[in-house]
Design a protein around this ligand. Structure first.
Ligand code: B4P
Length: 230
């Protein structure tokens, strides 16, 4: 473990407000910081299916130079390539159900451990259950990192259904049919919404009005992200 990792560990574990450094430490940190940011910016983008997670994640990734993972996209890629995991995932996704926790947690673990040089992550569609949220905290802790903010895109159900039905017309996604959309929404309220309380208790939940144009919503997101201290 190098000096930077030790300082980050002390900061995260003790929630200290600041440090007093010796001159040598400052010189070391400055040289380290030339190559990489001291703290990563890790963002979870959270919301019901169709809330704009994928759409806003792309903008966030570009503006803040972050690394994006969409568990839905990784799974769809595995389905297309007909891998063993893809075949298994398809059984759940085509019915609008969640893929079992252990499979997506392993996927996320692999992603984080192979992208440790990133300036930060945009986690889109993960976590979707409480066990995934707990696993996420542990995976990041192993890297002396943590989530900075959870952006909850708040959108009315009628708008969600309208967007997904619309997308279904040309996406070719077999989970974008009205029946499956309704089942995905029910799964969201039952299994994913409890994460709001989980992150609210950690003081990390930021509610974003997800109604309006893509740019209007992104402007609300920028306001929150630009005011983060990390
Ligand atoms: P995802 O790929 O995450 O699918 P989603 O929730 O429907 O997508 P998203 O919310 O990103 O759509 P977006 O708003 O961008 O997951 C698919 C499936 O994979 C899940 O149902 C599950 O089975 C499985 N899965 C994924 N992660 C998992 C996990 N962690 N655990 C277990 N299972 C998992 O886009 C919606 C549409 O709205 C687009 O057409 C977009 O253009 C449009 N849109 C966006 N913003 C708009 C706006 N402001 N106005 C109008 N239209 C807008």
């Amino acid at each position: 473990m190098n000096l930077v990792q030790i300082i980050k560990m002390i900061y995260l574990k003790n929630k200290v407000k600041g440090f007093i450094f010796t001159k040598q430490t400052i010189i070391y940190l400055c040289s380290y910081n030339n190559n990489r940011k001291f703290f990563m910016l890790n963002i979870i983008i959270f919301g019901a299916p169709g809330s704009g997670k994928g759409t806003q994640s792309e903008k966030l990734t570009e503006k803040y130079n972050l690394t994006h993972i969409s568990t839905g996209e990784v799974l769809r890629d595995k389905i297309e390539r007909q891998t063993e995991l893809g075949k298994l995932a398809n059984k759940y996704m085509s019915k609008g159900q969640l893929v079992p926790d252990n499979l997506v947690i392993d996927m996320l673990h692999e992603f984080i451990t192979s992208n440790t040089e990133s300036k930060g992550y945009v986690l889109d569609g993960f976590p979707r259950t409480l066990p995934q949220g707990e696993a996420m905290d542990k995976i990041l802790e192993e890297q002396n990192e943590s989530i900075n903010v959870v952006l909850w895109l708040d959108v009315d159900d009628d708008e969600l259904i309208g967007r997904l039905v619309n997308r279904g017309k040309d996406s070719g996604r077999d989970d974008d049919t009205l029946e499956t959309i309704k089942s995905r929404l029910a799964v969201y309220y039952r299994e994913t919404e409890p994460l709001k309380e989980f992150y609210s208790k950690q003081g990390k939940l930021a509610q974003i009005d997800g109604m309006g144009t893509v740019d209007e919503i992104f402007a609300r997101i920028e306001k929150v992200v630009d005011n983060l201290s990390y």
